[in-house]
Design a protein around this ligand. Structure first.
Ligand code: COA
Length: 256
């Protein structure tokens, strides 16, 4: 199975839809009151349809009008090297700095871990429950409103969780979000409670995604993980995911 970077970016754009989206040529401008870099950055896939410096001016004005810093999302290869050198050069000259280099990994459902009798039970809910959201908010700061809008904003999604059997009704011990797109499942927001790591819970969630994918005509799964997150990268590689390409965010330092 092969998919081009551009085609996969189109799939992934639906997996984490910003609250407000606009187009500048092929570029996708996204704003979500600051909640997540993905939701508040201009995805620079393709051409903006105007000269580069004019395009950067337009993006800067678009974000300034929303009281947000301009942030550009540039594609990289799997090793983290930016592929659009002219854009990278112009942004660097203007004082933009790279941050949060991120890797996109993909896997075939058939090659990922499979459900067995020993796999921990994973709940899948089409509804964003308060318990799932509490688990999500326990390990990252959220912006109420935009967070729920993004989490429920794909054409379809499922909220996966492994309940805490020792504390019925409490926060789940593992959570993830699965976005649904023809042919592709997206795995987002994977998290396992620190005291329950290395018990196979993330593997159980991936097995549930692979099972749902195979049942619902989504034979492939993608995910995004920061290059610096070596534990998660090791875990995903161990489960059968492989590197595809990446992206990096360019923004001006605060006060710059
Ligand atoms: C990454 C994370 C989800 C893994 O969850 P987990 O339930 O501990 O993972 P599993 O127990 O299913 O581990 C599966 C395999 O991944 C690898 N792995 C997991 N944790 C690892 C670690 N700390 N170091 C090296 N390899 C590791 C191992 O190969 C492991 O198999 P093994 O235990 O049989 O050797 C968990 O560490 C986590 O929640 N981290 C913080 C949030 C995060 O980074 N999420 C990912 C965002 S993209």
């Amino acid at each position: 199975m092969t998919i081009t970077v551009q085609a996969l970016e189109t799939v992934m754009a639906d997996g984490w839809r910003a609250v407000e989206e606009d187009h500048l040529g092929d570029w996708l401008l996204r704003a979500s009151s600051g909640f997540t870099q993905r939701g508040n950055s201009a995805l620079t896939v393709g051409r903006p349809g105007v000269p580069l410096t004019a395009a950067i001016d337009i993006v800067e004005q678009w974000y300034a009008a929303r009281s947000l810093p301009a942030r550009f999302c540039l594609l990289t290869d799997a090793a983290g090297r930016v592929t659009d050198e002219p854009l990278n050069d112009v942004l660097s000259t203007r004082g933009y700095l790279p941050a949060s280099a991120t890797l996109t990994m993909i896997g075939s459902c058939a090659d990922l871990p499979q459900l067995t009798e020993a796999t921990a039970g994973v709940d899948a809910d089409a509804r964003l429950s308060p318990e799932w959201l509490a688990g999500f908010a326990a390990y990252r700061s959220i912006v109420p409103g935009p967070a729920e809008a993004i989490l429920t904003g794909s054409r379809s999604q499922l909220f996966l969780s492994i309940p805490d059997t020792s504390d019925a009704g409490g926060r789940p011990v593992a959570t993830a979000r699965m976005s649904i797109y023809p042919g592709w499942a997206g795995l987002h927001a994977m998290w396992v409670a620190p005291e329950r790591r290395r018990e196979g819970l993330a593997t159980a969630i991936v097995a549930a995604v692979a099972h749902l994918g195979q049942e619902h005509h989504m034979p492939q799964v993608y995910l995004q993980v920061e290059h610096s997150n070596e534990v998660a990268r090791a875990a995903y590689r161990h489960m059968g995911f492989r590197d595809h390409h990446g992206h990096v965010y360019l923004a001006k330092p605060l006060g710059g």
